[in-house]
Design a protein around this ligand. Structure first.
Ligand SMILES: *Cc1c(COP(=O)(O)O)cnc(C)c1O
Length: 361
């Protein structure tokens, strides 16, 4: 069997080693005689898997003890509602940064629950290609929280810094950048991420929340969405997505073997710099994003002549480089190069791009 280089934005490629380990223990997990899929979530086998996954992600990200790590369901899109439901009650107001397609969706959902101010809006002529400078925004002092999207997956726009907003809790949708580099968790009140980009398979949603922010949800918040209830139940208020949780745990172990997030950050920086350099060095390919906020994870690019898009995708596919079509709202191409994309995948793509251009010069 030969594996392709899969540039999908999500669900995205998983490390091959992780898939092989899962395959090896698929029908009999460590002598238990059961697949992880068949285990009671309250049995000692699965509890040991769940606890190890939490311990490993805490270690990788340096999560302090006064933060809860929740393994939930419903994707980042459910968190667009769960965040205001759990955090808005203090003042009923929150500030949102509007930097791309995912923050737009987060804003639309939050507006159903309270008084939402869009304090940063980077849309210019229908496009998002930049972030504000570190001093170019104000925070309402009575905001219950400030929400932003550190990496806009569709536009390929990534904050190169963590916004400093004083005492107001900072909430981040890290779906497409979590675990790609070290971060200081203490700068955040809450971090959430759908798993299917950099954590594991779809179906699992990670929430890291400072414990003092829980426990005061809006009236009518479903128990499934109540962080305090989920924390009290060890993320098992109902049956959790056990197999996705297990696979995430294997990914965390793989990351630790790869040198943790410092090690990943070095590799990710090299991959992104090489691909952007190849784009910038040519007059055939282009990326519209401001240089200081180009994403390490999602690299959109266009061809000089969009009539060649179909041919590019076809030939790339024939060369084993798959899922490079850009999001329908942006067009062109997008190479998602999450942790699981090996460096050889990126160099193979760059070589292919150069050859495709050369053949047309
Ligand atoms: C993929 C993505 C989402 C949506 O995630 P779901 O798990 O499908 O709800 C939200 N925000 C960002 C930044 C994403 O990349």
């Amino acid at each position: 069997m030969s594996r392709i280089y899969n540039f999908s934005a999500g669900p995205a490629a998983l490390p091959e080693e992780v898939l092989q380990q899962a395959q090896a223990e698929l029908t009999d997990w460590q002598g238990s005689g059961m697949s992880v899929m068949e285990m009671s979530h309250r049995g000692k086998e699965f509890l040991s898997i769940a606890e190890a996954a939490e311990a490993d992600v805490r270690e990788l990200m340096g999560v302090p003890n006064d933060y809860k790590v929740l393994f939930l369901q419903g994707g980042a899109s459910s968190q667009f509602a769960a965040v205001p439901m759990n955090l808005l009650s203090r003042s009923g107001k929150a500030d949102y940064f509007r930097t791309g397609s995912w923050s737009k969706k987060a804003i639309a959902e939050a507006k159903r629950y309270g008084d939402i101010s869009v304090t940063v809006d980077r849309e210019v002529e229908g496009r998002f290609c930049s972030v504000p400078g570190p001093n170019d925004f104000d925070v309402s002092t009575d905001a219950a929280y400030v929400h932003y999207t550190p990496n806009e997956t569709i536009e390929g726009v990534e904050f190169p810094y963590v916004p400093a907003i004083g005492a107001v809790p900072l909430v981040a949708d890290m779906s497409s950048t979590i675990l790609s580099r070290p971060i200081d968790v203490t700068r955040f009140g809450l971090i959430y991420a759908g798993a299917q980009k950099n954590i594991g398979p779809a179906g699992l949603t990670l929430v890291i929340v400072r414990a003092d922010l829980m426990g005061n949800p809006l009236d009518g918040t479903p128990t499934m969405f109540d962080y305090a209830a989920q924390a009290a139940a060890g993320s098992m208020y109902n049956t959790p997505p056990t197999y996705a949780w297990y696979l995430a745990g294997l990914v965390f172990q793989w990351l630790r073997r790869k040198g943790g997030l410092e090690g990943m950050a070095e590799i990710n920086r090299r991959k992104a710099e090489a691909l952007y350099a190849a784009i910038d060095d040519s007059s055939f390919y282009a990326n519209p994003v401001d240089i200081d906020c180009r994403s390490w994870m999602n690299v959109p690019f266009t061809l000089a002549d969009s009539a060649l898009d179909g041919e590019f995708l076809k030939q790339a596919g024939d060369a084993g480089l798959k899922t490079l079509k850009g999001h329908r709202s942006v067009g062109g191409m997008r190479a998602s190069i999450y942790n699981a994309m090996p460096e050889e995948g990126v160099t193979t793509l760059i070589d292919f791009m150069r050859e495709f251009e050369r053949a047309r010069a």
